[in-house]
Design a protein around this ligand. Structure first.
Ligand SMILES: [Zn+2]
Length: 267
């Protein structure tokens, strides 16, 4: 298991003029995996460009949609979440949720997994350059838990960062930490994917960020902004220990996320 060392948090400097492009697969992923990180970046003056690949069209709604399309509802939820987190610019790549491996939805011509990923990576790299971003955030090579769209986002982020010549950070979760924490939304999400586990082990992680109480409250609000997917019952009384940490693997020189970290996960 992991624990927080009480090393003093480096006081993040003024990050005005610094920019990060954060890539996600579906609306709600930005809050689940990177919510506190985005809020902290924004609070210290950094510009966060959130790029979401799909509208999560295949998410099972937990509320009545009254005739609205899932994708439309989720786009609106994403806008609200992005606002809460302090995102400066939200870019939608306009691909469609692919669903899980073997689903017919993966054959849809707009499905992210059917996209020309090198072409999209070029588009993202052009965005990184236009924004003069110093880093791209994506997912670990397994897409954290194996969802095909998340694996695609890993490839996109890694490739775009390479083209633009900037550091990439792969968002992940510390499976050792979560083993001892409360219920995580990944527990249910990972089951149908058929993987025995998710995330990475503590020793693989380059950067761990621990949310302040304020950042955690914003992250909770951003999660709940995705009301069609996440209800308060999913965020139980162990919310803090389950969601306060966010974890990254870095490829390339240390960049802005390394300046935010205030937790060191140790085995
Ligand atoms: Zn997702």
């Amino acid at each position: 298991m992991s624990l927080l060392l009480d090393t003093p948090a480096p006081t993040p400097q003024d990050l005005t003029g610094r920019t990060v492009v954060v890539l996600h697969a579906h609306p709600d992923d930005e809050a689940i995996f990177t919510g506190a990180t985005i809020r902290r970046l924004a609070d210290h003056g950094a510009r966060v460009v959130l790029v979401t690949a799909t509208a999560g069209e295949l998410g099972t709604p937990r509320i009545r949609l009254d005739g609205r399309q899932v994708g439309d509802v989720r786009r609106a939820e994403l806008e609200r979440s992005a606002e809460l987190l302090g995102v400066s610019r939200l870019v939608l790549l306009g691909r469609r949720d692919s669903g899980l491996a073997g689903w017919e939805s993966g054959q849809h011509p707009a499905a992210l997994v059917r996209a020309d990923l090198p072409a999209i990576a070029n588009t993202v790299a052009a965005l990184v350059e236009a924004e003069q971003a110093e880093a791209v955030v994506g997912y670990d090579a397994d897409g954290i838990y194996g969802h095909p769209d998340h694996v695609a986002v890993h490839l996109l982020a890694r490739h775009a960062a390479g083209l633009a010549g900037v550091t990439s950070y792969d968002a992940t979760v510390d499976r050792e930490h979560l083993h001892f924490a409360g219920a995580h939304v990944l527990d249910d999400a990972a089951k149908p994917v058929g993987r025995p586990t998710y995330g990475r082990v503590t020793a693989e992680i380059s950067v761990a960020l621990a949310a302040t109480p304020y950042e955690l409250s914003v992250k909770r609000a951003a999660l709940l902004a995705h009301a069609s997917q996440i209800g308060p019952e999913a965020l139980d009384d162990r919310f803090q220990e389950t969601y306060e940490l966010e974890w990254y693997l870095r490829r390339g020189p240390a960049a802005v996320l390394d300046e935010l970290g205030n937790a060191h996960a140790v085995a």
